[in-house]
Design a protein around this ligand. Structure first.
Ligand SMILES: [Zn+2]
Length: 99
């Protein structure tokens, strides 16, 4: 079983070049599985919006609500809007892109 959570944690430690290597590797794996389409960079590759948001934890007596702010990435997968928690800080390479 793949520990996906740990894998994602490890991926977050990579810099831009490391991530690009992983991307190329993953594309290679997809290609090997016969997924020609997914193996190619897509014209519709997700356009990502980064948003800083505060979060309410829902605990009735929490005195530190709202928590954060934390960064979230929003992107579309087909018609679905997906969000992914990033963390308190944006990764360095994302900050560079947004600059
Ligand atoms: Zn709270």
């Amino acid at each position: 079983m793949v520990n996906e959570k740990r894998l994602l944690t490890e991926l977050r430690k990579l810099d831009r070049h490391g991530l690009r290597r992983v991307l190329i590797f993953v594309r290679g794996l997809l290609m090997a599985l016969g997924d020609q389409e997914a193996a190619q960079p897509q014209q519709g590759d997700p356009e990502v919006t980064y948003r800083l948001e505060t979060v309410k934890c829902g605990k009735p007596n929490c005195r530190s609500c709202p928590h954060g702010p934390y960064w979230y990435a929003y992107y579309r997968e087909g018609t679905k809007l997906k969000s992914r928690y990033i963390g308190r800080e944006l990764p360095e390479d994302v900050r560079d892109v947004l600059r």
